[in-house]
Design a protein around this ligand. Structure first.
Ligand code: VG1
Ligand code: CO
Length: 544
């Protein structure tokens, strides 16, 4: 194999965010841009000579081109085997599973997840380590450091690889194995859930379902698992064909973006269960006939009922949630007497807890839920979990949710996103919030008395690593909270996220609309951050 050393100039913006490096496609298309970042990753790693690298993406625009580039760089850097999903496709949770199952050294996942795709939209790349999870910050920091001084990358002079022919191919000392992207993952799901019970519940008509793949990666996974294996009708999976531009939509599973699903689920002849996933298949939105389950509630309900699912029948060791996720799961943990960890936003912070067996389940308010079966959040896993729960409990989604609130109370919750805010304004807002923190303690705002006001920092209980500035929190004596954070996944300006929650114990008040029930806290949030005042906007871009 002939290897070339290509001279290159560093780019100064290759700092990975919450979940890998995300930029506009046109930025990735600059000469050497992708090459520099991939070589910076390999330069920061040790011991991979002859080892296996997993490679796949969500199929968005630039995926196939990027994969051919990466194959050549990986070959030149001495990997022994590349395992690649057919057509260059792998969902994020499937990639995590394949890294673990085939004991790979790591993997590169090409995705900008819920961000739109296409020539004028977003692309992304993320490195996952040998446990199958996103590289922790000490790795991503090293990649960035290296990218700032890189002066050459290595590439192998080999032909493009046929990504569509399943099976092994040998190129000199490098083995390339193209695998079906779905098979291993489907087997894993079958080992976790009661597929026989699900088949019966679907064929008898007890469960009718609708899954929106949003023209993204989960289409082939949902068709194989829900239709072929569990017997759902082919029409129950919509937008099932992965498209390079996701049909021009945001592949983001929420009521605003999954509107086709939302309309059906809130109509008179709604199916019993509806769900959607995102661009790379790690997020999930759960709905039932005329009900939407917030991701924070979904995590709590999953934790409370895990013993009903075959893989978790012996119980769960503990749970974790990201800081802005509601405290609903904390109540379940306290009730079951198991630990509950609070981590910064991003799945990379769950890896150590999962590896150490401290937690079995974890989740985020941003439509992410998962367990120790992989080291990523997993959209279809959450869908199957809910289906298994409905079948096992013989209850509707609404029935399950209301029963949960009866027992634990309801943490009424919402998130407001202000997208593409000018960076200077966004930074000004953060500075303004920061400046108020020292004086807020003990102050009263109507019925709300400030109990704590700080910037969240985290010390990993397993390796002792610390992460600062992970969001501004204002907590009140009655358990309510307002959290402010800037997004680390956007590609245009800054996105301010405002997370608001209040606990309601009184079951007669559980049916309130969240925006109304949180009205006074929403107003208080504006008083603290002044986003409307400073931007002239009148409403958030997205409310979830
Ligand atoms: C967002 C979510 C975060 C999630 C991340 C990656 O990050 O808030 O909870 O882990 O996206 O999800 P941020 O920094 O924009 O708030 V995915 O499905 O886009 O990889
Ligand atoms: Co995603």
């Amino acid at each position: 194999m002939q290897i070339e050393n290509i001279a290159t100039e560093p780019y100064n913006d290759q700092n990975p965010g919450t979940s890998g490096l995300r930029k506009k496609v046109r930025i990735f298309q600059q000469p050497g841009y992708l090459e520099n970042f991939v070589q910076s990753i390999f330069d920061s790693l040790e011991g991979f000579t002859g080892q296996t690298l997993v490679l796949g993406g969500d199929g968005r625009y630039f995926n196939r081109i990027a994969i051919q580039i990466i194959i050549k760089i990986a070959a030149a850097n001495g990997f022994g085997q590349l395992i690649i999903g057919q057509g260059g496709l792998l969902s994020t949770p499937a990639a995590s599973h394949i890294i673990r199952k085939y004991k790979a050294f790591g993997g590169l996942i090409l995705s900008a997840s819920h961000n739109p795709g296409g020539p004028d939209e977003d692309f992304g790349i993320k490195y996952n380590v040998s446990n199958g999870g996103p590289a922790p910050e000490k790795y991503t920091d090293a990649f960035y450091q290296r990218s700032q001084i890189i002066d050459s990358y290595k590439t192998a002079k080999i032909d493009d690889v046929d990504l569509d022919r399943i099976g092994p191919q040998q190129i000199d000392e490098l083995k390339i194995t193209i695998i079906d992207p779905v098979t291993d993952y489907a087997e894993l799901m079958q080992s976790i859930f009661n597929f026989n019970l699900l088949k019966q519940s679907i064929s008898s008509g007890y469960i009718s379902l609708l899954f929106d793949a949003m023209s993204a990666i989960t289409g082939p996974y949902a068709k194989r698992i829900l239709v072929d294996m569990l017997g759902a009708s082919p029409e129950s999976v919509i937008n099932a064909e992965p498209l390079e531009d996701f049909g021009g939509h945001h592949p983001d599973p929420n009521l605003a973006h999954a509107h086709e699903l939302a309309e059906r689920m809130f109509s008179a002849d709604a199916p019993t269960f509806g769900a959607a996933s995102d661009g790379d298949g790690d997020r999930n939105m759960i709905t039932g006939s005329n009900i939407f389950v917030t991701p924070s509630d979904s995590l709590a309900i999953i934790a409370a009922n895990a013993h009903l699912i075959p893989a978790y029948s012996k119980g769960i060791s503990g749970v974790a949630r990201s800081m802005p996720t509601s405290q609903a799961v904390d109540r379940v943990a306290a009730n079951y007497n198991i630990p509950c960890y609070e981590t910064p936003t991003g799945w990379k912070f769950f890896g150590n807890l999962l590896d150490a067996g401290k937690i079995t389940l974890c989740g985020e308010e941003s439509f992410g839920t998962g367990s120790d079966h992989v080291r990523e959040k997993d959209g279809l896993w959450a869908v199957l979990f809910w289906l298994n729960l409905i079948a096992r409990k013989r209850q509707s989604v609404a029935g399950i949710v209301h029963e949960h609130w009866q027992k634990f109370g309801r943490d009424i919750y919402c998130r407001h996103d202000y997208e593409a805010v000018e960076n200077s304004i966004a930074n000004g807002i953060v500075e303004h919030l920061r400046s108020q923190l020292p004086t807020l303690l003990g102050q009263s705002f109507g019925e709300y008395v400030v109990k704590f006001a700080d910037e969240f920092s985290y010390e990993d209980p397993i390796d002792g690593s610390t992460s600062q500035n992970q969001g501004i929190r204002i907590g009140f004596e009655n358990g309510s909270r307002i959290v402010f954070r800037l997004s680390g996944t956007g590609t245009v300006g800054a996105t301010l996220r405002i997370y608001i929650e209040r606990f309601e114990a009184d079951a007669s008040r559980h049916d309130q609309d969240a925006q109304e029930a949180l009205g006074d806290l929403i107003a208080l949030a504006e008083q603290f951050c002044e986003i409307k005042k400073r931007t002239g906007r009148t409403a958030p871009n997205v409310t979830t």
